[in-house]
Design a protein around this ligand. Structure first.
Ligand code: DC
Length: 643
């Protein structure tokens, strides 16, 4: 698993676009492992979630006796069977994962012996009493800390009796714990759920051959299960729709948003948030594919407020990121009966209010309702410093708020928690925000001439420009002008901020004469002092940023031109019509630079090609031309022939 840094800065962007795959669905992943451990024979699981939560379930099942092999890039293979499972001597560590603890509790309740389930600090304050009731009624003994039975959870497993149980609060985890226990009990187990919750356990039990029946009942469902053995299943885990919600909301809120999430689970208990966003006016679409998965797409939209009922998003997992959307909607959005948020990985009710307010929105808790007072589509969030309190969904929701908060950057502390469910989150963020604007017509009319000192760039660029009847820009002169100005103002070339201030603020005119803030610095540009200072100045990434911006503006204003330098074809105009990389033998280059010693040229070459910011490299699609011993006319003809 890739390490996720603890503190990250997220920059505001205008574009969020592209296509992503989210990690394998967490709910399906946990259940695939558990059912695979119970099934008599060999199961294969492809696309398992790479998050730490699922890894905890996997390791716990191994210590219960299931043989699970994980091969890089291949399916996870499970050799399972009820007779293999027994109480181990070590704790079953569930890490940060409430799902692992509640589902494993249901499983081990029917495995004779004493089991101890532990978790991290956050999981250790989450109540487990809702599973203790039904599992106790079936014949298991559960002990935990305090009245709400917080972990560590001790379970005395053994012979169980089926029960009939009505869930007082809709919960897929509690339902699943009862069904997993019921599978190993004697007699039938019946669960009534007042509202439909995630149906993964029932669906997957049915696929594995369990005697299970699900019927609607009132507004909810009744599930009947008879004990029995499971058969192994080969499964491809679909992408996680709850993780997709972060990209969907980012696309909706971005100035230029257009994101597609491929191959996600699209069952209705998991994609209610898409309906909520559509009701708010978002341009979102859900396209069914094969085998219960499909594609989600979202584009920039202006939003208005709505009322969200808890049953629309049964797990409430998407509430934090929907609250970010609501913060930019017109009017007040109410998330009704969202009190369950208080017992998630953190008190997500309070954390969501804090998140919205930190980024400049307004939100409040109204009893069990969460109200977000939107700033309206023309309103703006601002950047913030936010701490996640170890909650992965708060971390990712904060990243979305930062992406759409305009220019600037936010700091998110405690970000590494995203590894519990989405270790590749930052990589996907980088991909979806790495916007390459469509090349302007002007950029396509650029001839880029790059190469080291003394390769003949200036002479060739000047002659090519003249033959084409266009202007020529010597970008080296711009770097030299900044260096010369620093020296003449008594500024140390290594003084980052002072040199950046020149690159950013001074007027720089580059032509036959080079003027900085109206002063003619042409005579200074080729002095040895400037020759030494310029490499330092050119290695400063912020100087480069400002000068590159000026170079692009120069081209836009003219609709094209011949531009020479070190990074023109690679960085400044990657879409240039023609890229030429000139070289010459070191001896010849030193000879041509009669204003600079051979050692000086060599030293500058070295610095230019080894610096971190835009080092001198040859663009992949550049034409290389060695000018050693060739006449200027000859070289110019060859360059023109390429056009
Ligand atoms: O081409 P020249 O020798 O005048 O360039 C002077 C310095 O400026 C050279 O050491 C590298 C730097 N430079 C650069 O980093 N990027 C450019 N596009 C042009 C020049």
């Amino acid at each position: 698993m890739s390490a996720v840094p603890g503190v990250v800065t997220v920059e505001g962007v205008r574009h969020v676009s592209g296509s992503v795959h989210t990690p394998g669905d967490k709910s399906v992943s946990h259940r695939s492992l558990i059912l695979g451990a119970l099934a008599e024979g060999r199961s294969h699981i492809e696309g398992l979630s790479d998050g730490a939560d699922v890894a905890h379930t996997l390791r716990a099942l191994r210590s219960l006796g299931a043989a699970i092999t994980v091969a890089e890039g291949g399916p996870v293979v499970i050799d399972g069977g009820r007779s293999l499972l027994r109480a181990g001597t070590s704790d079953l560590d569930c890490g940060n994962s409430g799902t692992s603890m509640r589902l494993l509790a249901g499983l081990v309740a029917s495995i004779p012996g004493r089991h101890r389930l532990v978790g991290d600090d956050s999981l250790s304050v989450r109540p487990m009493d809702r599973i203790a009731g039904p599992l106790g009624a079936m014949g298991a003994t559960l002990r935990g800390r305090g009245a709400t039975l917080c972990p560590p959870l001790e379970i005395e497993g053994g012979a169980l009796q089926g029960i009939e149980w009505t869930l007082p609060v809709a919960s897929a985890q509690v339902k699943s714990a009862i069904l997993l226990a019921g599978l190993g009990a004697s007699g039938e187990t019946v669960v009534h759920e007042p509202e439909p919750t995630r149906p993964h356990t029932e669906e997957m039990l049915a696929e594995a051959g369990a005697a299970i029946e699900v019927r609607p009942e009132g507004g909810g469902r009744v599930i009947r299960l008879r004990p029995g053995a499971l058969r192994p299943v080969d499964r491809l885990v679909p992408g996680d729709p709850s993780q997709a919600a972060f990209w969907i909301v980012a696309a909706v809120l971005a100035e230029h948003g257009d994101v597609t999430v491929e191959d996600v689970y699209i069952g209705e208990q998991r994609t209610g948030y898409i309906g909520v966003l559509a009701r708010m006016g978002a341009d979102v679409a859900l396209e069914a594919g094969s085998g219960g998965s499909g594609r989600l797409r979202a584009r920039s939209s202006a939003l208005h407020a709505t009322i969200v009922e808890a049953r629309e998003i049964p797990s409430l997992d998407e509430v934090p990121v929907l609250a970010v959307a609501a913060a930019l909607a017109e009017g007040t959005t109410i998330f009704r009966d969202a009190g369950e948020l208080r017992v998630k990985e953190s008190d997500r009710m309070r954390a969501t209010v804090e998140l919205v307010e930190a980024f400049g929105g307004r939100a409040e808790e109204l009893g069990d309702d969460l109200a977000v007072h939107g700033l309206g589509p023309r309103g703006h969030l601002h950047h913030a410093a936010f701490a996640t309190a170890g909650d992965h969904r708060m971390a990712m929701a904060a990243a979305v708020a930062a992406l759409v908060a305009g220019p600037g950057q936010s700091t998110i502390e405690g970000f590494s928690t995203v590894a519990t469910s989405y270790p590749g989150f930052l990589a996907d963020l980088a991909r979806l925000t790495a916007h390459r604007p469509a090349p302007l017509a002007a950029e396509r009319a650029v001839v880029a001439i790059d190469g080291p000192a003394g390769a003949g760039k200036s002479t060739v660029a000047g002659a090519v420009a003249e033959r084409l009847g266009v202007e020529r820009l010597d970008t080296g002169a711009m770097y030299r002008a900044v260096a010369a100005t620093a020296l003449s103002r008594g500024i140390d070339p290594a003084d980052h901020d002072a040199v950046v201030a020149i690159a950013e603020g001074a007027t720089i005119g580059v032509g036959p004469h080079v003027l900085v803030d109206g002063d003619d610095v042409t005579a200074l540009l080729r002095t040895p002092d400037v020759g030494r200072a310029v490499s330092v100045v050119a290695a400063n990434p912020d100087v480069r940023r400002h000068l590159v911006e000026r170079q692009r503006r120069w081209v836009r204003e003219r609709g094209g031109g011949v531009v020479e330098g070190r990074d023109i074809g690679t960085v400044v105009f990657p879409e240039a019509r023609l890229k030429v990389y000139l070289t010459a033998s070191p001896e010849e280059r030193a000879r041509r630079r009669d204003d600079e010693s051979a050692a000086g040229v060599a030293r500058r070459d070295h610095i230019d090609s080894t610096r971190a910011a835009s080092p001198l490299v040859v663009a992949e699609d550049a034409r290389q031309l060695d000018t050693t011993g060739r006449s200027v006319e000859d070289v110019v003809e060859e360059v023109l022939s390429w056009l």
